[in-house]
Design a protein around this ligand. Structure first.
Ligand code: SF4
Length: 335
């Protein structure tokens, strides 16, 4: 499959230093100016192939949502390049960005916060269609809206209702409709089912998978729910402290995880009939992204860490299985 999206060596950092007064710190009897920078995404390289679902997993705060927002253009990367269909898009802004906005859409985690409470379903879905297709007449716009509502399972009789009149699951269907109404090729779904009841989660996932089949969509799926990721993904990228540890085919990753962090993460999935004691417990806490550890960012919690891990940042290596992993221990053959 051809690459639809390529992310090359992307960094996304946030300067949270505040005012000049906030930046002044007393150190060794001298006042120094110190900036505070959150290094949310660090040197990420990733490709997303046409028609696949690439899931990004990791603990809360690992930078997966920031990566998603950077890819779609909500954040400007500090470093690196992003290509969509072969075109560099991270430097494209304003009206030149418009054609990409119709092709790339996003579904947000919280269907309560992501829909304008003052707009009816009709207005929510009509606004992007009219903005991006000014030549369409009223009837054509209405047809597009009704077809999309029908596809996501929202009763078309409710077109004049407001978001507060719907349940959480119905609101997420409307969010999905808003993403699909422009007929995009690529959808970023940032924890789209995390805020929903378990009974509704499966319905939304099935809906997304049906839409993918019917429209040939490509998904970047952000989640911390590994059972869901195993079910829907073509490939999976594992993220820790803003860095990618491992990128692999979904089946390969869940059957044969390589990176010590991936192994620990997967060992936490409850399995029917799983052996007791199979859970790998990591020691220590996740370090702060303000002060990244030297060398491998995982070395403080890794049971296989050695001096080289503390000193050198591991390079990506591609294994025979196609798995891409960044780990000195695997490269040296000691894990
Ligand atoms: Fe562990 Fe070293 Fe591999 Fe990092 S590079 S995961 S510290 S073995």
């Amino acid at each position: 499959m051809a690459n639809l999206l390529e992310v090359k060596n992307v960094d996304k950092h946030f300067d949270i230093s505040g005012s000049l007064v906030d930046q002044l710190k007393l150190e060794g009897g001298k006042i120094r100016r110190k900036r505070t920078v959150v290094k949310a995404v660090n040197n990420v390289t990733l490709n997303i192939r046409q028609g696949e679902t690439l899931s990004v997993v990791g603990e809360s705060g690992c930078g997966k949502s920031t990566l998603a927002r950077t890819v779609i253009g909500l954040y400007q990367p500090n470093k690196g390049e992003i290509y969509y269909g072969g075109d560099r898009i991270d430097t494209v802004t304003g009206t030149a960005r418009r054609p990409y906005r119709t092709r790339m859409q996003m579904v947000f985690q919280d269907p309560y916060a992501s829909l304008n409470p003052r707009m009816t379903v009709k207005q929510i879905l009509e606004e992007p269609v009219r903005f991006h297709n000014p030549a369409l007449d009223r009837r054509e716009v209405r047809d597009i809206i009704l077809t999309t509502m029908d596809q996501v399972g929202v009763n078309t009789d409710w077109i004049d209702r407001f978001p507060h009149e719907f349940s959480g699951g119905q609101r997420q269907r409307i969010s999905l409709a808003r993403a699909l109404v422009l007929d995009p090729e690529f959808v970023v779904a940032d924890e789209p089912i995390a805020a929903l009841d378990v009974s509704i989660q499966a319905q939304i996932l099935n809906l997304m998978m049906d839409a993918q089949e019917q429209r040939g969509l490509t998904y970047l799926f952000i989640s911390h729910d590994l059972s869901v990721v195993e079910h829907i993904s073509t490939r999976v990228a594992v993220m820790y402290l803003g860095c990618l540890c491992e990128v692999a085919d979904a089946k390969e990753l869940f059957c044969n995880p390589q990176h010590p962090y991936t192994r620990a993460l997967l060992s936490a999935i409850p399995r029917l009939g799983g052996k007791a004691g199979g859970h790998i417990r990591l020691s220590g806490d996740v370090p702060t992204p303000i002060n990244l550890p030297s060398g491998c960012v995982f070395h403080g919690r890794c049971p296989h860490a050695d001096d080289r891990c503390r000193r050198e940042i591991p390079e990506d290596v591609t294994l025979e299985s196609g798995t891409r992993v960044a780990c000195h221990g695997i490269e040296e053959g000691r894990i």
